[in-house]
Design a protein around this ligand. Structure first.
Ligand SMILES: NC(=O)C1=CN([C@@H]2O[C@H](COP(=O)(O)OP(=O)(O)OC[C@H]3O[C@@H](n4cnc5c(N)ncnc54)[C@H](O)[C@@H]3O)[C@@H](O)[C@H]2O)[C@@H](O)CC1
Ligand SMILES: [K+]
Length: 479
């Protein structure tokens, strides 16, 4: 089962792999045509909306015309057809001298003959929004009043694909040909549901791609603070790490970032990045007596990144063990991962281990990403945290779903790239669910690294990576 939002992502990932929308539409329409032909109809009406659901129906009309008398009805003017591929299907029918009707208003429905063997319903698909408008509303009633066998494309027109029970006016279909995967509503329908494989490669689902970046673009412009307040708790033996994480967080779109670090690290952060808000803890490493103060600052943050540069002094790990259970939203990185067992079971957490860090918690981490998937999935499920295992292909799991990201290159083994990734996870998890945030962070971090290597060769630094993030988080125009 797939949500319409996820379907839109997978679709765009397929397009980025080179599987163009018109290939998908041709496959969808062919499958729809096959189902429509199943009971050897003599005559048919094909109803097409001006969206891509209508595009599928227009392809089906071409297939169906080879066996039956077909009238193809467009619900609107052909100049209003929204996509190029659907328009082209209309023009093919025109050139082929098919029987075509452009329905301008609902009264014209009365002139049509619905006393046919089959009606193909391609009026509305997953792009439906709000209550039915004319002429679709009347067309739905007309279809429901006819004795024809009704075959719907993707979902019966009018039905919201993401609900458990349909409501309002919708086509009472006898069969539904749905594309790629079942939608949530299908379980409640009194119809034969056929899932048609339309040639979307598995990789479009298994691998994070450009389509996933579309989720970020959907966020409407908002007020300062709406795009995320992030607290970074790090520094100690390593003074540069928390600053890198914090700058990555800003470059990945967070509005406000604060760093809490021991004195020396806080000074280093402040001198490199005067634009960051920095709070110094007394002493040279995080200690249990700092925890109350840090937890208080965490209350103002959407998420807290814990770990970069903290080190593994006993006192520091004790402090982390006291801090983590007090956080509702966190990214747990580096040495803080040793205390991952202490996170609250209801908290939203991303853990970002590399293979060595994960190996502290599981019996062996295999090499290949496919072999790693069940290991990461099990760990994520047991600990109740979204887990991002860094590697040549990063593997991300929430315990039930698992994806991989193949961006990135060998130049990224340089120090600090993990600190950057933790920052991106922090920024994105303030805006999206942890699983999508971790997937997109892995993809964008690697993509930033690829862009830097493309431009400068392998002498990559973590700072270069930070600067390349804004571009890497942007979707290409044509996907
Ligand atoms: N996502 C994919 O990979 C593929 C999608 N395909 C088809 O594309 C469909 C989605 O296409 P679209 O996004 O163009 O959306 P739709 O074709 O579902 O409908 C969008 C249009 O319908 C109209 N509309 C929306 N709500 C309405 C309402 N309440 N009353 C009257 N008119 C309304 C609007 O004009 C809107 O532009 C899928 O359901 C599927 O059938 C297929 O072509 C195969 C590939
Ligand atoms: K439909």
């Amino acid at each position: 089962m797939i949500t319409s939002q996820r379907m839109a992502v997978v679709d765009r990932n397929a397009s980025a792999l080179g599987v163009s929308p018109d290939r998908l539409m041709e496959n969808a329409g062919a499958a729809l045509g096959r189902e429509a032909k199943r009971e050897d109809p003599d005559d048919a009406v094909v109803l097409a909306g001006t969206g891509n659901n209508g595009g599928d129906a227009l392809v089906a009309a071409r297939f169906l015309s080879n066996v039956a008398d077909v009238t193809t009805v467009l619900l609107g003017r052909s100049s209003r057809i929204r996509s190029q591929e659907a328009s082209e299907s209309w023009r093919i029918l025109e050139r082929s001298e098919a029987n075509l009707v452009e329905l301008r208003d609902s009264t014209a429905l009365d002139d049509l003959n619905f006393d046919v063997d089959v009606v193909v319903d391609g009026m509305l698909g997953v792009g439906v929004s709000g209550g039915l408008r004319e002429p679709v509303a009347s067309a739905v009633e007309t279809v429901n009043g006819s004795d024809a066998r009704v075959v719907s494309a993707d979902v019966p027109s009018g039905v919201d694909p993401d609900v458990e029970e349909p409501s309002g006016g919708y086509v009472d279909a006898d069969a539904v040909v749905t594309f790629h995967d079942e939608k949530r509503v299908h379980g409640a329908l009194d119809a034969r549901v056929v899932v048609a494989d339309i040639g979307i490669p598995d990789s479009a689902e298994e691998l994070v791609g450009q389509g996933d970046l579309w989720l970020l673009q959907r966020m409407p412009d908002a007020h300062k603070g709406d795009h995320g307040r992030v607290l970074v708790v790090g520094g100690g033996p390593y003074t540069g790490a928390p600053g890198l994480t914090a700058r990555a967080t800003l470059r990945a779109g967070a509005d406000l970032v604060e760093v809490v670090a021991p004195e020396r690290a806080a000074d280093a952060v402040a001198s490199y990045s005067p634009d960051l808000i920095t709070s110094a803890l007394d002493g040279d490493h995080l200690k249990p007596r700092h925890v109350d103060g840090v937890a208080e600052r965490a209350e103002d943050a959407d998420t807290v990144v814990v770990g970069p540069g903290l080190g593994s002094a006993d006192e520091t790990l004790d402090a982390v063990g006291e801090l983590l259970p007090r956080l509702d939203n966190a990214v747990v990185d580096a040495d803080a991962l040793r205390k991952i067992d202490t996170v609250d079971e209801d908290a939203e957490v991303i853990a970002t281990p590399h293979a060595g860090e994960l190996a502290h918690h599981v019996d062996g981490v295999p090499d290949g990403w496919r072999e790693r998937r069940p290991v990461v999935e099990r760990f994520a499920e047991e600990k109740g945290v979204v887990t991002l295992l860094k590697g040549r292909y990063d593997v991300v799991s929430d315990g039930s779903e698992t994806r991989a990201s193949r961006t990135g290159n060998p130049g990224m083994t340089v120090g600090g790239t993990g600190d950057v990734l933790a920052g991106v996870c922090g920024a994105l998890s303030a805006r999206l669910g942890c699983f999508d945030a971790a997937c997109i962070a892995a993809f964008a971090n690697g993509r930033a690294g690829d862009a830097v290597v493309e431009e400068k060769g392998y002498g990559i630094t973590a700072t270069d990576l930070v600067e390349a993030l804004p571009q890497a988080l942007r979707k290409d125009e044509d996907v």
